[in-house]
Design a protein. Structure first.
Length: 162
């Protein structure tokens, strides 16, 4: 079993008490952390690195040049024979999953952000997971993060309201 802490759209200029709390209380026992873009400043990830966890991230449309220089705009990873695409996303929240799906071939799951709207579900054979935003609820009434669990090729996701 692999537990993955997932967040996106933090939109912060540096480490923050909320991010430190998420690291210590929600992500302390995960195997891996994924940030799906709009980190804004790379130092936002420091509390997760301090846990000694592997942190995989992609850059988003609001990230500083230093973030874009260190993190790709999209990536694909393999965990327990599950192929996961990771991308931030772009454009309107309407139709975002169809747009980002076209960026990948042969994936089982797709982690994304951009819309600030959490989503966990299957469409057309793909497991989609958007953790929402832990810091900005301007597009929804909820701030959130997520946990994905992969067990023997099976994927589950939980959205955690903050």
């Amino acid at each position: 079993m692999t537990r993955i802490g997932v967040l996106s759209d933090t939109h912060l200029r540096g480490p923050d008490p909320l991010i430190e709390t998420i690291a210590k209380t929600q992500f302390h026992d995960v195997d891996l952390i994924i940030h799906a873009g709009d980190i804004t400043a790379a130092s936002v990830l420091d509390p997760f690195h301090a846990l000694g966890k592997e942190v995989l991230a992609v850059c988003g449309n609001m990230d500083e040049a230093s973030v874009a220089h260190h993190y790709p705009s999209m990536r694909t990873i393999l965990i327990e024979n599950v192929t996961i695409g990771i991308i931030h996303g772009w454009g309107s929240p309407l139709g975002i999953r169809a747009r980002i799906r076209g960026s990948f071939q042969d994936i089982d799951a797709l982690v994304y952000g951009h819309s600030h709207q959490s989503f966990c579900g299957r469409e057309d054979g793909i497991f989609y997971f958007n953790p929402g935003s832990p810091t900005d609820s301007r597009f929804t009434n909820t701030k959130s993060i997520g946990i994905m669990t992969i067990t023997r090729g099976s994927i589950q996701g939980d959205i955690i309201g903050l």
